[in-house]
Structures are given as C-alpha cells and as structure tokens.
Ligand binder design. Structure first.
Ligand code: KIV
Length: 269
C-alpha cells in the first residue's frame, strides 16, 4: 500500500521526501501532453516530468538544445492541467538559466503559466539553485549525463566511471542538496555510485540508467512504449512487449518500480 494512496491528493515535495523516508520507491515518467498526463496519473505514476527530451521525441531534433522556454511552458500547461495527483516537474531548457535572474524569470513562467510544481536544471549551478530556492521555487538537480551539454561531453556517454569523476559527481550532489534542491535526477552513472549518492543524500534521488538503488526511477515515456524514433537506450525497457495496451504497460512500469523489479542489471552500468 502506498504511503500516498493513489487518487487522494496532489503530491508535494514533502510527499516525495516522506516516500524516501519510508523506503517507498518513487515512479516517474516524462509527459508532454494532456492525454498522456491523465493516463499516467490514473495509473498511479508519482512524478510527471515535462522533459526537454520533447525536443527529440516530439520535435524530431537530434538533441534537446533547440527547445525553447515558450515550448516548455506550452507543454507544461498541457500536462499540469490534466493531472489530479502526480507531482509535476518541468525542465528549464538549454541556456535559459545562465544567471540567477534569468533562471528566476524562466522558472516563474514555468510555474505561473505552465502550472508546474518544480523546475529541473542540469549541472551543479549552485548560485542559481540557491537563488531560486530563496525565491520559493522548488528545484530538481540533474547530474551524470547532462543532455544539454552533449556537445561538450562529446556524446551520450556513461559518466562517473573513473574515481575522480565519481568523486566530483558525489560532491556536486551534496552541494545541490545543501543549496536547497528538493530532488535530484542522476542519469547514466554506474549503479554503485548512484547507490552511494542515494544513501548519502536526504532528498530523493531519481535514476535513469543509474541502477536499482536510487529512491525512484524515471524513463522517457516514448522509449518505454517503444515508439521513439531510433534505437532505445540500453537502460530503458520496452514495457509494451508484455502489455496489451498503453495503460497496462504504464501500470507494469509503475509496479516494477514500486517493487524494485526495474531496472535489472541488464539496464544498469
Ligand atoms: O528531458 C528529460 O526527459 C530528462 C530525463 C531524461 C531525466 O531530463
């Protein structure tokens, strides 16, 4: 039985913290429109992430870089308006949070016009996170593989494999928590590193390609429904393979996350 029984009330950042405290895994999927938002919400998914991955899976770009704040506000509004219970997080897109002031202006748009409860930003932008939190804006950090930095990283590669990189990611995670973030996404890092960070932090850590021992899991919706253009990443899984409908696939994912049956070693590094 979930600590926050499905269908009762809108989840908050405190509900997610309480789930971590109680050892309850947090299920999360990306969502970009009202129909999927309602379907995922009714299936019990805890967190809907309006990810800038929409640049790839909706718009057909080969990276998330072209996505604009106007587009993020548009999709956020569609998702937020259709859900009853799930906690909604939206990405600040590429180059929209270079300074604390710019971040505040864009985060405020996502919250006021988009209706989201939290904004996510990539990297250890400590001054920006501090400032947003001071202004009352809940922040989700994002470490490991940073898709908005794909040109600097030289591709979509696992991060934190060597000791020095792993120490850097752990230190950044601690600083992000100290700056007041309420959630952290860890993308494409070795499972052992993600487990250590999840244990060290008090805020929930949501993994994607980060192994089983995170406090929750997120996948790109279109990858797990096997409808993305191109190859599905190794860390994802086709939940449609054993389902007779999208609703069933989403419910299988939700239960697999809650019962720590996903990801398996074949989806981890
Ligand atoms: O944009 C997105 O979908 C994301 C997830 C990959 C975590 O940031």
């Amino acid at each position: 039985m979930s600590l926050y029984a499905e269908g009762l009330t809108v989840l908050t950042v405190s509900s997610l913290a309480a789930m971590k405290q109680a050892g309850e895994k947090i299920s999360c999927l990306t969502a970009y429109d009202a129909s999927f938002s309602a379907l995922l919400d009714q299936a019990g998914i805890d967190v809907l992430l309006v990810g800038d991955s929409l640049g790839m899976v909706i718009q057909g770009h080969n990276s998330t870089l072209p996505v604009t704040i106007d587009e993020m506000v548009y999709h956020s509004r569609s998702v937020a308006s259709a859900r009853k219970r799930a906690f909604v997080v939206a990405d600040l897109p590429f180059a929209s949070y270079a300074t604390p002031e710019q971040a505040l202006q864009n985060a405020a748009r996502l919250m006021q016009a988009g209706g989201v409860q939290m904004v996510k930003l990539e990297g250890a932008k400590i001054a920006v996170i501090n400032f947003l939190v001071e202004q009352g804006i809940p922040v989700c950090g994002h470490l490991g593989l940073l898709p908005q930095s794909v040109n600097r990283l030289g591709g979509y590669k696992v991060q934190g494999r060597d000791q020095q990189q792993a120490q850097r990611i752990l230190a950044d995670a601690e600083q992000i928590e100290q700056a007041g973030a309420g959630l952290l996404v860890l993308e494409c890092v070795p499972a052992a590193l993600a487990a250590a960070i999840s244990k060290r932090l008090t805020i929930p850590v949501i993994g994607i390609g980060a192994g089983l021992d995170c406090d929750g899991q997120v996948l790109v919706l279109y990858d797990m429904l096997n409808i993305s253009v191109g190859k599905r990443p190794r860390f994802s899984k086709n939940f449609m393979a054993d389902a007779s409908s999208i609703d069933e696939a989403v419910r299988h994912y939700h239960h697999a996350v809650k019962n720590a049956q996903f990801p398996g070693p074949e989806h981890s590094y």
